[in-house]
Ligand binder design. Structure first.
Ligand code: 13P
Length: 252
């Protein structure tokens, strides 16, 4: 059966010393607990190799927040999936709405990134989610379905089985406005049905679908109690070790 996962997305926050301190704190708090979910931190590229040295990888997974859509070569400033994997990281966030919105990432680009991530043994945390206007005009089912189909349905079932999905409604990211647990359940169930129609019930039942968007210790328990919400992708609340652990501990 699918895993419950709480993953932090630090975004463009923390200098290297600050990031190492935060990773150390999360690692220390985790050492004292037996969390009922997998725990991952996705950190800036510059932090990966050093964070990898100081965390207990048996308890805390490590991921990047992006990778390049090319294998290697003359792409100044880009970081390849192979480079990410070589730091010891095991995960990579792909298709975050901030990347789609500010850096023009299309489904075509994301297909290449997913392929390269999988080829390098990284687990993609693939983000989908609608903007406010799409939520309000009711097109959010179609929008999310299209993102999943276009970004991932070129994979075979075994490959798809390695992907973690993260539903992040753009209107809830960093706004303090969380989707209600019922709203999350509705769309997560729809996403799972979409996966089932393509890959069958077993693959769909084994796919972890995380919720992201203003998830905090105070609302995580209610969200994670929903049958199709398998954890969270956490932005702001992951920047403080105690609040991140408060969300991890929402799984009892
Ligand atoms: P916040 O938790 O800050 O709303 O961010 C969510 C997110 O974008 C995680 O990827």
């Amino acid at each position: 059966m699918r895993k419950n996962i709480v993953a932090g997305n630090w975004k463009m926050n923390t200098t290297l010393p600050e990031g190492l301190e935060l990773a150390k704190q999360v690692n220390t708090l985790l050492a004292e607990e037996c969390p009922k979910c997998d725990v991952v931190i996705c950190v800036p590229f510059t932090h990966l190799a050093m964070v990898n040295e100081i965390i207990d990888k048996n308890k805390l997974g490590l991921g990047a927040e992006n990778c390049a859509d090319h294998k290697s070569g003359a792409y100044t400033g880009e970081i390849s999936a192979a480079m990410v994997a070589s730091t010891g990281a095991g995960y990579v966030i792909l298709g975050h709405s901030e990347r789609r919105q500010y850096y023009g990432e299309t489904s075509e680009i994301l297909r290449d990134k997913v392929r390269l991530a999988l080829d390098n043994g990284l687990t993609p945390i693939f983000c989908i989610g609608e903007v406010l206007a799409e939520r309000e005009n009711g097109s959010y089912f179609d929008v999310v379905k299209k993102q999943v189909e276009e970004g991932l349905f070129n994979l075979d079932a075994a490959e798809f089985g390695k992907v973690i999905l993260a539903y992040e409604p753009v209107w809830a990211i960093g706004t303090g406005k969380t989707a209600t647990a019922d709203q999350a359940q509705e769309i997560h169930a729809f996403i799972r049905k979409t996966v089932e129609e393509k890959y069958g019930k077993e693959v769909a039942d084994n796919t972890s679908i995380l919720y992201g968007g203003s998830c905090k210790p105070s609302n995580a328990k209610e969200l994670f109690a929903k049958p199709d919400v398998d954890g969270g992708l956490i932005g702001g609340a992951a920047l403080e070790a105690e609040s991140f652990m408060g969300i991890v501990n929402a799984f009892e």
